[in-house]
Design a protein around this ligand. Structure first.
Ligand SMILES: *Cc1c(COP(=O)(O)O)cnc(C)c1O
Length: 376
Protein backbone atom coordinates (compact mmCIF):
# COMPACT_ATOMS: atom_id res chain seq x y z
CA UNK A 1 0.00 0.00 0.00
CA UNK A 2 1.16 3.49 -0.77
CA UNK A 3 1.75 5.53 2.34
CA UNK A 4 0.15 8.94 2.16
CA UNK A 5 2.02 11.87 3.57
CA UNK A 6 0.42 14.60 5.60
CA UNK A 7 -0.43 17.71 3.58
CA UNK A 8 0.06 21.00 5.40
CA UNK A 9 -1.75 24.28 4.86
CA UNK A 10 1.41 26.22 4.02
CA UNK A 11 4.86 24.85 4.76
CA UNK A 12 8.32 26.39 4.31
CA UNK A 13 9.81 25.94 0.84
CA UNK A 14 13.55 26.51 0.53
CA UNK A 15 14.98 27.50 -2.84
CA UNK A 16 18.48 26.03 -2.50
CA UNK A 17 20.80 29.01 -2.12
CA UNK A 18 19.75 29.89 1.45
CA UNK A 19 22.40 27.60 2.92
CA UNK A 20 25.27 29.38 1.21
CA UNK A 21 24.23 32.74 2.69
CA UNK A 22 23.91 31.15 6.13
CA UNK A 23 27.28 29.46 5.71
CA UNK A 24 28.78 32.80 4.76
CA UNK A 25 27.48 34.19 8.05
CA UNK A 26 29.18 31.34 9.92
CA UNK A 27 32.42 31.64 7.97
CA UNK A 28 32.69 35.35 8.69
CA UNK A 29 31.34 35.02 12.29
CA UNK A 30 28.50 37.48 11.63
CA UNK A 31 26.21 35.68 14.09
CA UNK A 32 24.54 38.86 15.32
CA UNK A 33 21.47 41.04 14.79
CA UNK A 34 23.44 42.99 12.21
CA UNK A 35 25.82 42.16 9.37
CA UNK A 36 26.12 41.86 5.59
CA UNK A 37 23.11 39.55 5.17
CA UNK A 38 20.84 41.98 7.02
CA UNK A 39 21.97 44.84 4.76
CA UNK A 40 21.77 42.58 1.71
CA UNK A 41 18.30 41.32 2.57
CA UNK A 42 17.05 44.88 3.06
CA UNK A 43 18.50 45.84 -0.32
CA UNK A 44 16.93 42.82 -2.00
CA UNK A 45 13.51 43.69 -0.57
CA UNK A 46 13.90 47.34 -1.52
CA UNK A 47 14.90 46.42 -5.09
CA UNK A 48 11.91 44.13 -5.36
CA UNK A 49 9.65 46.99 -4.23
CA UNK A 50 11.01 49.35 -6.88
CA UNK A 51 14.24 50.61 -5.29
CA UNK A 52 13.07 53.86 -3.71
CA UNK A 53 11.94 52.64 -0.29
CA UNK A 54 13.70 52.28 3.05
CA UNK A 55 13.47 48.81 4.56
CA UNK A 56 14.32 47.73 8.12
CA UNK A 57 14.62 43.96 8.67
CA UNK A 58 13.15 43.04 12.04
CA UNK A 59 12.54 39.97 14.19
CA UNK A 60 8.90 39.45 13.17
CA UNK A 61 5.90 40.94 11.44
CA UNK A 62 4.34 41.55 14.84
CA UNK A 63 7.42 43.50 15.99
CA UNK A 64 7.22 45.50 12.76
CA UNK A 65 3.60 46.49 13.46
CA UNK A 66 4.53 47.37 17.04
CA UNK A 67 7.35 49.66 15.85
CA UNK A 68 5.20 51.14 13.08
CA UNK A 69 2.59 52.20 15.64
CA UNK A 70 5.32 53.55 17.91
CA UNK A 71 6.79 55.56 14.99
CA UNK A 72 3.33 57.05 14.47
CA UNK A 73 3.30 58.06 18.16
CA UNK A 74 0.45 55.76 19.17
CA UNK A 75 0.27 55.83 22.94
CA UNK A 76 -1.93 55.21 25.98
CA UNK A 77 -5.43 56.58 25.53
CA UNK A 78 -5.27 56.56 21.74
CA UNK A 79 -7.60 54.61 19.51
CA UNK A 80 -6.40 52.69 16.44
CA UNK A 81 -8.82 51.55 13.73
CA UNK A 82 -8.00 47.98 12.77
CA UNK A 83 -9.42 45.57 10.22
CA UNK A 84 -11.43 43.00 12.18
CA UNK A 85 -11.04 40.18 9.67
CA UNK A 86 -7.38 39.34 10.25
CA UNK A 87 -4.89 37.40 12.36
CA UNK A 88 -4.59 38.63 15.96
CA UNK A 89 -1.02 39.83 15.32
CA UNK A 90 -2.46 42.80 13.41
CA UNK A 91 -4.22 44.01 16.54
CA UNK A 92 -2.09 42.86 19.50
CA UNK A 93 0.57 45.60 19.13
CA UNK A 94 -2.17 48.22 19.71
CA UNK A 95 -2.60 46.65 23.16
CA UNK A 96 1.18 46.53 23.80
CA UNK A 97 1.16 50.34 23.56
CA UNK A 98 -1.77 50.74 25.95
CA UNK A 99 -3.94 52.03 23.11
CA UNK A 100 -7.40 50.71 22.19
CA UNK A 101 -8.36 48.93 18.99
CA UNK A 102 -11.61 49.82 17.22
CA UNK A 103 -12.50 47.09 14.77
CA UNK A 104 -13.76 47.66 11.23
CA UNK A 105 -15.54 44.96 9.25
CA UNK A 106 -14.90 44.00 5.62
CA UNK A 107 -16.45 44.58 2.21
CA UNK A 108 -17.32 41.59 0.06
CA UNK A 109 -15.13 42.22 -3.01
CA UNK A 110 -11.71 41.76 -1.38
CA UNK A 111 -12.76 40.62 2.13
CA UNK A 112 -10.71 43.50 3.52
CA UNK A 113 -11.48 46.74 5.39
CA UNK A 114 -14.71 48.36 4.27
CA UNK A 115 -13.99 51.99 3.30
CA UNK A 116 -17.61 52.82 4.06
CA UNK A 117 -17.43 51.52 7.64
CA UNK A 118 -14.00 53.10 8.08
CA UNK A 119 -15.41 56.57 7.46
CA UNK A 120 -18.44 55.93 9.65
CA UNK A 121 -16.09 54.86 12.45
CA UNK A 122 -13.81 57.89 12.06
CA UNK A 123 -16.76 60.29 12.21
CA UNK A 124 -18.16 58.50 15.24
CA UNK A 125 -14.86 58.54 17.15
CA UNK A 126 -14.20 62.21 16.37
CA UNK A 127 -17.68 63.09 17.57
CA UNK A 128 -17.68 60.93 20.71
CA UNK A 129 -14.00 60.77 21.73
CA UNK A 130 -11.11 62.01 19.59
CA UNK A 131 -9.55 61.40 16.22
CA UNK A 132 -8.09 57.87 15.92
CA UNK A 133 -4.28 57.87 15.78
CA UNK A 134 -3.79 55.28 13.00
CA UNK A 135 -5.50 52.83 10.67
CA UNK A 136 -4.29 49.22 10.29
CA UNK A 137 -5.51 47.77 6.99
CA UNK A 138 -4.66 44.22 5.92
CA UNK A 139 -4.23 42.53 2.53
CA UNK A 140 -5.71 39.27 3.77
CA UNK A 141 -4.67 36.01 2.12
CA UNK A 142 -2.68 38.13 -0.34
CA UNK A 143 -5.67 39.99 -1.80
CA UNK A 144 -5.00 43.75 -1.83
CA UNK A 145 -7.46 45.93 0.05
CA UNK A 146 -9.17 48.86 -1.68
CA UNK A 147 -6.19 51.15 -1.23
CA UNK A 148 -7.45 54.09 -3.29
CA UNK A 149 -10.63 54.35 -1.21
CA UNK A 150 -8.89 53.71 2.13
CA UNK A 151 -6.11 56.22 1.36
CA UNK A 152 -8.62 58.88 0.28
CA UNK A 153 -10.40 58.61 3.64
CA UNK A 154 -7.08 58.51 5.53
CA UNK A 155 -5.98 61.69 3.75
CA UNK A 156 -9.32 63.43 4.23
CA UNK A 157 -9.01 63.01 8.00
CA UNK A 158 -5.20 63.06 8.05
CA UNK A 159 -4.76 59.68 9.74
CA UNK A 160 -1.71 57.51 8.86
CA UNK A 161 -2.16 53.97 7.52
CA UNK A 162 -0.15 50.95 8.66
CA UNK A 163 -0.32 48.53 5.76
CA UNK A 164 -0.21 44.97 7.09
CA UNK A 165 1.27 43.13 4.09
CA UNK A 166 2.33 40.09 6.12
CA UNK A 167 0.36 37.86 3.75
CA UNK A 168 0.82 39.93 0.61
CA UNK A 169 4.50 40.07 -0.34
CA UNK A 170 4.39 39.71 -4.14
CA UNK A 171 0.86 41.11 -4.47
CA UNK A 172 0.18 44.27 -6.48
CA UNK A 173 -2.47 46.96 -6.51
CA UNK A 174 -2.67 48.59 -9.95
CA UNK A 175 1.00 47.61 -10.53
CA UNK A 176 2.13 49.03 -7.20
CA UNK A 177 3.60 46.44 -4.82
CA UNK A 178 1.79 45.77 -1.55
CA UNK A 179 3.69 47.20 1.45
CA UNK A 180 4.26 50.47 -0.44
CA UNK A 181 0.63 51.69 -0.40
CA UNK A 182 0.33 53.00 3.16
CA UNK A 183 2.23 55.41 5.39
CA UNK A 184 4.26 52.44 6.68
CA UNK A 185 4.20 48.90 5.29
CA UNK A 186 5.01 45.72 7.15
CA UNK A 187 6.05 42.28 5.93
CA UNK A 188 6.34 38.90 7.67
CA UNK A 189 8.76 36.06 6.99
CA UNK A 190 7.23 33.58 9.41
CA UNK A 191 7.45 29.90 8.46
CA UNK A 192 3.99 29.80 6.90
CA UNK A 193 4.33 32.93 4.75
CA UNK A 194 5.09 33.10 1.02
CA UNK A 195 8.81 33.37 1.74
CA UNK A 196 10.35 32.73 5.13
CA UNK A 197 13.41 33.35 7.29
CA UNK A 198 11.88 30.87 9.81
CA UNK A 199 10.86 33.95 11.77
CA UNK A 200 11.24 37.56 10.73
CA UNK A 201 9.62 40.69 9.44
CA UNK A 202 10.32 44.07 7.90
CA UNK A 203 9.16 47.64 8.03
CA UNK A 204 8.85 49.45 4.70
CA UNK A 205 8.93 53.25 4.69
CA UNK A 206 8.99 55.91 2.01
CA UNK A 207 11.00 58.13 4.30
CA UNK A 208 14.51 57.40 5.55
CA UNK A 209 13.91 58.92 8.98
CA UNK A 210 11.35 56.24 9.74
CA UNK A 211 13.89 53.53 8.92
CA UNK A 212 16.59 55.14 11.06
CA UNK A 213 14.21 55.50 13.97
CA UNK A 214 12.98 51.90 13.56
CA UNK A 215 16.56 50.57 13.64
CA UNK A 216 17.36 52.75 16.65
CA UNK A 217 14.33 51.50 18.59
CA UNK A 218 14.82 47.87 17.49
CA UNK A 219 18.40 47.82 18.82
CA UNK A 220 17.65 48.94 22.39
CA UNK A 221 17.54 52.70 21.69
CA UNK A 222 21.21 53.41 22.37
CA UNK A 223 22.14 57.07 22.31
CA UNK A 224 25.41 58.13 20.75
CA UNK A 225 27.98 57.56 23.53
CA UNK A 226 30.89 55.20 24.26
CA UNK A 227 28.98 53.71 27.20
CA UNK A 228 25.34 52.56 27.15
CA UNK A 229 23.24 55.70 27.33
CA UNK A 230 19.46 55.62 26.93
CA UNK A 231 16.90 58.38 26.80
CA UNK A 232 14.12 56.28 25.26
CA UNK A 233 12.65 52.82 25.93
CA UNK A 234 14.00 50.46 23.28
CA UNK A 235 13.30 46.98 21.95
CA UNK A 236 15.32 43.97 20.86
CA UNK A 237 13.61 43.62 17.48
CA UNK A 238 16.42 43.56 14.89
CA UNK A 239 16.72 40.61 12.51
CA UNK A 240 19.61 38.19 12.98
CA UNK A 241 22.27 38.06 10.27
CA UNK A 242 21.91 34.26 10.15
CA UNK A 243 18.18 34.45 9.42
CA UNK A 244 18.66 37.29 6.94
CA UNK A 245 20.85 34.83 5.03
CA UNK A 246 17.84 32.56 4.60
CA UNK A 247 15.91 35.61 3.45
CA UNK A 248 18.50 36.45 0.79
CA UNK A 249 18.12 32.99 -0.70
CA UNK A 250 14.34 33.18 -0.51
CA UNK A 251 14.28 36.52 -2.36
CA UNK A 252 15.77 34.75 -5.38
CA UNK A 253 12.67 32.56 -5.65
CA UNK A 254 9.90 34.95 -4.57
CA UNK A 255 8.48 35.29 -8.08
CA UNK A 256 8.48 31.50 -8.50
CA UNK A 257 6.68 31.15 -5.18
CA UNK A 258 3.99 33.62 -6.25
CA UNK A 259 3.53 31.77 -9.54
CA UNK A 260 3.24 28.43 -7.77
CA UNK A 261 0.64 29.74 -5.32
CA UNK A 262 -1.35 31.34 -8.12
CA UNK A 263 -1.22 28.02 -9.97
CA UNK A 264 -2.66 26.28 -6.89
CA UNK A 265 -5.56 28.71 -7.02
CA UNK A 266 -6.09 28.05 -10.74
CA UNK A 267 -6.01 24.31 -10.15
CA UNK A 268 -8.59 24.44 -7.38
CA UNK A 269 -10.81 26.79 -9.35
CA UNK A 270 -10.68 24.61 -12.43
CA UNK A 271 -11.41 21.43 -10.50
CA UNK A 272 -13.83 22.67 -7.86
CA UNK A 273 -15.25 25.85 -9.36
CA UNK A 274 -17.79 23.88 -11.36
CA UNK A 275 -19.35 22.59 -8.13
CA UNK A 276 -22.37 24.63 -7.26
CA UNK A 277 -21.52 24.72 -3.56
CA UNK A 278 -17.94 26.03 -3.88
CA UNK A 279 -17.10 29.67 -4.52
CA UNK A 280 -13.78 31.48 -4.95
CA UNK A 281 -12.72 35.07 -4.37
CA UNK A 282 -11.91 36.67 -7.73
CA UNK A 283 -9.46 39.52 -8.25
CA UNK A 284 -11.19 42.81 -8.99
CA UNK A 285 -9.78 44.63 -12.02
CA UNK A 286 -6.26 45.95 -11.19
CA UNK A 287 -5.85 43.73 -8.14
CA UNK A 288 -3.11 41.09 -8.29
CA UNK A 289 -3.04 38.61 -5.40
CA UNK A 290 -0.07 36.39 -4.57
CA UNK A 291 -2.76 33.83 -3.63
CA UNK A 292 -0.86 33.05 -0.45
CA UNK A 293 -3.78 30.88 0.62
CA UNK A 294 -6.58 29.64 -1.62
CA UNK A 295 -9.87 30.00 0.23
CA UNK A 296 -13.24 28.53 -0.67
CA UNK A 297 -16.68 29.66 0.41
CA UNK A 298 -19.34 27.01 1.02
CA UNK A 299 -23.09 27.54 1.49
CA UNK A 300 -23.07 26.83 5.24
CA UNK A 301 -21.08 26.21 8.39
CA UNK A 302 -22.14 22.53 8.19
CA UNK A 303 -20.76 22.14 4.67
CA UNK A 304 -17.51 23.87 5.62
CA UNK A 305 -17.09 21.51 8.55
CA UNK A 306 -17.94 18.47 6.44
CA UNK A 307 -15.20 19.35 3.96
CA UNK A 308 -12.69 20.15 6.70
CA UNK A 309 -13.31 16.86 8.49
CA UNK A 310 -13.21 14.77 5.30
CA UNK A 311 -9.82 16.29 4.48
CA UNK A 312 -8.61 15.68 8.03
CA UNK A 313 -9.50 11.98 7.74
CA UNK A 314 -6.96 11.81 4.91
CA UNK A 315 -4.34 13.70 6.94
CA UNK A 316 -4.90 16.93 5.01
CA UNK A 317 -4.76 20.16 6.95
CA UNK A 318 -7.32 22.86 6.16
CA UNK A 319 -8.56 25.67 8.37
CA UNK A 320 -11.57 27.95 8.79
CA UNK A 321 -10.93 31.52 7.67
CA UNK A 322 -9.66 33.96 10.32
CA UNK A 323 -12.10 34.43 13.17
CA UNK A 324 -12.82 38.18 13.24
CA UNK A 325 -11.21 40.15 16.06
CA UNK A 326 -14.48 41.72 17.21
CA UNK A 327 -15.81 38.28 18.20
CA UNK A 328 -12.57 37.07 19.82
CA UNK A 329 -12.85 36.68 23.62
CA UNK A 330 -9.72 38.79 24.16
CA UNK A 331 -11.31 41.78 22.37
CA UNK A 332 -14.94 41.20 23.30
CA UNK A 333 -15.44 44.54 25.04
CA UNK A 334 -13.82 46.57 22.24
CA UNK A 335 -15.81 48.85 20.02
CA UNK A 336 -16.53 47.57 16.51
CA UNK A 337 -18.23 48.71 13.35
CA UNK A 338 -19.55 45.59 11.71
CA UNK A 339 -21.85 44.57 8.89
CA UNK A 340 -21.86 40.78 9.28
CA UNK A 341 -19.42 40.14 6.41
CA UNK A 342 -16.44 38.79 8.32
CA UNK A 343 -18.59 36.67 10.64
CA UNK A 344 -20.27 35.12 7.61
CA UNK A 345 -16.91 34.46 5.93
CA UNK A 346 -15.66 32.82 9.12
CA UNK A 347 -18.75 30.58 9.23
CA UNK A 348 -18.65 29.42 5.63
CA UNK A 349 -15.04 29.77 4.48
CA UNK A 350 -12.18 27.31 4.45
CA UNK A 351 -8.45 27.70 3.71
CA UNK A 352 -7.14 24.90 1.49
CA UNK A 353 -3.55 23.64 1.45
CA UNK A 354 -1.67 26.25 -0.57
CA UNK A 355 2.07 25.64 -0.20
CA UNK A 356 4.26 26.45 -3.19
CA UNK A 357 5.73 22.95 -2.77
CA UNK A 358 2.45 21.05 -3.30
CA UNK A 359 2.68 18.41 -6.02
CA UNK A 360 0.06 17.81 -8.70
CA UNK A 361 -0.66 14.48 -7.00
CA UNK A 362 -1.36 16.21 -3.73
CA UNK A 363 -3.57 18.83 -5.35
CA UNK A 364 -5.53 16.03 -7.03
CA UNK A 365 -5.79 14.12 -3.76
CA UNK A 366 -7.29 17.21 -2.10
CA UNK A 367 -9.71 18.13 -4.86
CA UNK A 368 -10.87 14.52 -5.34
CA UNK A 369 -11.94 14.35 -1.71
CA UNK A 370 -13.81 17.63 -1.92
CA UNK A 371 -15.45 16.69 -5.25
CA UNK A 372 -16.87 13.51 -3.74
CA UNK A 373 -18.73 15.31 -0.97
CA UNK A 374 -22.34 15.59 -2.13
CA UNK A 375 -24.12 18.91 -2.23
CA UNK A 376 -27.12 18.32 0.03
C1 LIG B 1 1.64 36.46 10.02
C2 LIG B 1 0.89 37.70 10.19
C3 LIG B 1 1.34 38.72 11.04
C4 LIG B 1 2.47 38.55 11.98
O1 LIG B 1 3.68 38.23 11.45
P1 LIG B 1 4.75 37.41 12.34
O2 LIG B 1 5.98 37.49 11.51
O3 LIG B 1 4.22 36.03 12.48
O4 LIG B 1 4.88 38.10 13.65
C5 LIG B 1 0.63 39.90 11.07
N1 LIG B 1 -0.47 40.08 10.32
C6 LIG B 1 -0.94 39.13 9.52
C7 LIG B 1 -2.16 39.40 8.71
C8 LIG B 1 -0.29 37.89 9.44
O5 LIG B 1 -0.80 36.92 8.66
Amino acid sequence: MLTKTKIYLSSPHMGGTERSFVEEAFNTNWIAPLGPNVDGFENDINNYLGGNKHVAALSSGTASIHLALELLNVTRGDEVLCQSFTFSASANPIMYLGATPVFIDSEKETWNMSPELLEIAIKDRIEKYKKPKAIIAVHLYGMPYKAKEINAIAEKYNIPVVEDSAEAFGSYYFNQPCSTLGTLGILSFNGNKIITTSGGGALVAANEDYKKRAIFLSTQARDNAPHYEHSTVGYNYRMSNVLAGIGRGQMQVLDERVNARRKNFEFYKENLGKLEHIEFLEEPNGFYSNRWITCILTPSFEMREKIRLELLKDDIESRPLWKPMHVQPVFKNKLHFSNGTSEDLFDRGLCLPSGSNLTLNELERISNIISKIPNP
